[in-house]
Design a protein around this ligand. Structure first.
Ligand SMILES: Cc1cc2nc3c(=O)[nH]c(=O)nc-3n(C[C@H](O)[C@H](O)[C@H](O)COP(=O)(O)O)c2cc1C
Length: 413
């Protein structure tokens, strides 16, 4: 291997297989040697000839190959990889991985390797959303497999949109390079192995009567992505979520709540933790009295004014907690004006370590959208992050959390 890093790329039989060619080129440009295994399905989409021309090496396709078993063989292929990347990963290969199958070269290598595994799923949105696929993904995440994507967007098949599009080749390459560079420690090199994280996400809803409530436009996408990113780095994550329409992230314990008071109780129950990220849009107020019966029109044209009372402040309550305050407490400040000044004030008032400030004014597209522009505000300054997807914000935040916790552990030794 002449000291260089070697990625073993497993291409399975999805329509996105053509994008694997681009990933190979990009990895090689960055000095990474790539060896490829193609499933039988993959060979229906791209040829071993094209893949081999780009890797500059023989492409491996068969488990029972006399020559290879004497020469390379599946165990050696598994052992010689610094990282195994499955891109595109079909629903089928993920099911086999989750079940521990080894009936072809790709799955045998995936079972035999001790190196980190990065999976880039690619499939039709219905296949991705299917409970069987989600179960397999959760199981693989628990086994330490890392995921990149899938992304939301137009699929290669006409007329299909939703989650299932493979991450772009350059994103896969960046994730692969990160994993190769990461020191492989206990927990398969995962940065947050043995840490406990609590994340809140989504809106809270506050009952007016049995059928009506006050709520807000939070989708939960950012909080859920953070929970998933922390879990992907090996943390045990409890996600306390208000009512959302998106699915529970894989590999995370989820507690579903409705009101701010329920959310606070669930967070306190989930603590202690090394880190808490309060990303939920908690309602500041609730109706002073939720009517037991449905409030009816009385025909007079008069409307009873809605009396509101303040909800508990979850971030401030946890920030002041003498025994339960996490080592690292992170809040979100959704503002429509004076972003940084308000976020700085919030940092102090709530006793948080960091505030992620985001502009949610009309036209920003943040509430409910897939992108976010945040600034990380701490006692030492303001860091403005460029606009990126909520998943990328989550990945970056997970890395920053890992650094901060590692720094604190060192300081304590
Ligand atoms: C035209 C066509 C496109 C396909 N695209 C996908 C895909 O994007 N994702 C997926 O999971 N399966 C896709 N499949 C189904 C897989 O090819 C099939 O499940 C196969 O058994 C996968 O084998 P493998 O995982 O061993 O490569 C597609 C099938 C066809 C015929």
């Amino acid at each position: 291997m002449s000291g260089e890093h070697r990625v073993l790329l497993i291409i399975s039989g999805g329509i996105a297989a053509y994008k694997a060619l681009e990933a190979i080129r990009r990895l090689r440009e960055r000095g990474v040697a790539v060896r490829a295994i193609m499933t039988r399905g993959a060979q229906e989409f791209v040829t071993p000839l094209a893949v081999g021309a780009l890797t500059g090496e023989k492409v491996f396709t068969e488990l029972f190959d006399r020559e290879d078993e004497q020469d390379v063989g599946h165990v050696r292929l598994a052992r010689e990889a610094a990282l195994v990347v499955v891109a595109p990963a079909t629903a089928d290969i993920m099911a086999k991985m989750a079940g521990g199958h080894a009936d072809d070269l790709a799955t045998a290598v995936l079972l035999a390797t001790r190196s980190p595994i990065l999976v880039a799923p690619a499939m039709n949105p219905a296949m991705w959303a299917h409970p069987a696929t989600q179960r397999n993904v959760a199981m693989l995440a628990e086994d330490g497999v890392r995921f990149i994507g899938p992304r939301r967007g137009e699929m290669a098949e006409a007329g299909e949109a939703g989650f299932g599009r493979m991450a772009e080749p350059l994103e896969i390459v960046a994730a692969a390079l990160d994993l190769i560079a990461a020191p492989v420690a206990e927990g398969g090199g995962r940065l947050l192995a043995s840490r406990h994280a609590v994340v809140t996400s989504g809106p809270t809803v506050e009952a007016v009567d049995p059928v009506r409530y006050l709520a807000n436009r939070s989708s939960g996408k950012q909080g859920h992505a953070i929970a998933a990113a922390l879990a992907a780095e090996g943390a045990a994550v409890t996600l306390v979520s208000g009512p959302v329409t998106i699915s529970d992230p894989p590999g995370v314990r989820v507690v579903h709540v409705e009101s701010a008071r329920d959310m606070l109780a669930a967070v306190e129950e989930a603590l202690p933790a090394d880190v808490a990220v309060m990303a939920a849009a908690v309602a500041d107020w609730r109706p002073a009295k939720a009517s037991r019966g449905k409030i009816k029109k009385d025909g007079s044209g008069k409307v009873e004014p809605l009396q509101l009372v303040e909800n508990p402040d979850i971030l401030a309550t946890i920030g002041r907690h003498r025994t339960l305050r996490p080592t690292l407490l992170i809040g979100f400040a959704a503002e429509t004006s004076d972003l940084i000044r308000n976020a700085r004030a919030k940092l102090k008032a709530k006793g948080a370590d960091w505030i992620l400030a985001n502009d949610v004014s009309e036209g920003s597209g943040v509430m409910g959208g897939d992108d976010n522009t945040v600034s990380l505000i701490s006692a030492t300054g303001v860091e403005a992050w460029p606009r990126m997807t909520k998943v990328e914000v989550a990945t970056r935040l997970a890395e920053r959390i890992a650094e901060a916790l590692a720094g604190q552990s060192e300081a304590a030794e």
